[in-house]
Design a binder for this molecule. Structure first.
Ligand code: SAH
Length: 248
């Protein structure tokens, strides 16, 4: 009976996987991977059999049941199975279902952490998620409920919303209803950690304007203390924007 290692691939570029993750991947016989992981990661395990089980957002329970069954099947056939997940496996990764299925089958597991999208977005934009004094708590929140409706909260000084990219106008309305004021900073980053990552700055009131720019791309929305830009010298682009009266 083999063992299964869950590895967080990080948010994008293959070099954002951890050293431990890369080492475990190199030993894999079979790799079950998602849609969000970088194809360049394949070079870390060229001899392994790569099985695509990709899914985005909520997959139906049949899809998840199939993945659970595939994990158990492969662990019965080979020594080292890797389950590669985008970002960190413990954040919106359906990890509990897969761990439970393997535990029920008596299969040993290990979880190797990865860089989750919220952290990658904070790094990409140089916006620390915590701020001394006024950014004392951070919440990672999925905007989508299990039923597929949108939900927003105000449970921390900085709130990072996953899975809201398609519904930014609705998210803005829900944020206001949850008590965030119109002028609260909102930073939107899509494909964080990839060479083509995009970032735009908004407020809760103007969040809907981000929809076009980030359409069709994995996106996180950071709201509150951790979304605010740091003080810096004005750039040429700032002077141009001011002259043109462009506000984010
Ligand atoms: N386990 C992953 C999250 C999977 S849920 C992690 O830890 O990051 C999928 C959601 O994650 C997407 O809808 C999007 O909101 C977010 N996401 C994943 N990769 C992203 C990236 N590179 N940039 C921005 N958001 C990303």
């Amino acid at each position: 009976m083999g063992r299964v290692v869950f590895i967080g691939a990080g948010p994008g570029a293959a070099d954002l996987i951890t050293v431990r993750g890369a080492a475990r991947l190199a030993q894999a016989d079979v790799v079950l991977f998602d849609a969000l992981t970088d194809p360049a990661l394949r070079e870390l395990a060229p001899r392994a059999k790569w099985v695509h089980v990709g899914k985005r957002g909520f997959c139906d329970s049949t899809g998840q049941t199939t993945i659970n069954a595939l994990l158990v099947k492969h662990a019965g056939e080979v020594d080292r199975v890797v389950r590669l997940k985008g970002g960190d496996p413990s954040v919106f990764g359906r990890l509990e279902e897969e761990l439970e299925a393997l535990a029920l089958a008596g299969i040993e597991c290990e979880v190797v952490p990865g860089v989750t999208a919220a952290i990658a977005a904070a790094a990409a934009t140089q916006r620390p998620l915590t701020r001394r004094g006024h950014g004392r708590s951070v919440s990672l929140t999925t905007a989508m409920t299990r039923e597929g409706s949108l939900h927003a909260t105000r449970s921390a000084d900085t709130e990072v919303f996953y899975m809201a990219g398609k519904q930014l106008a609705a998210l803005a309305r829900r944020l206001r209803a949850a008590g965030w004021s119109d002028d609260t900073p909102a930073s939107v980053v899509s494909r964080a950690g990839w060479p083509d990552q995009l970032h735009s700055d908004h407020t809760v009131a103007s969040l809907a304007r981000a929809a076009m720019l980030h359409a069709g791309r994995p996106t996180v929305v950071t709201v509150g203390a951790g979304a605010a830009a740091l003080a810096r010298a004005p750039t040429r682009a700032d002077h141009v924007a001011r002259a043109l009266h462009v506000n984010p």
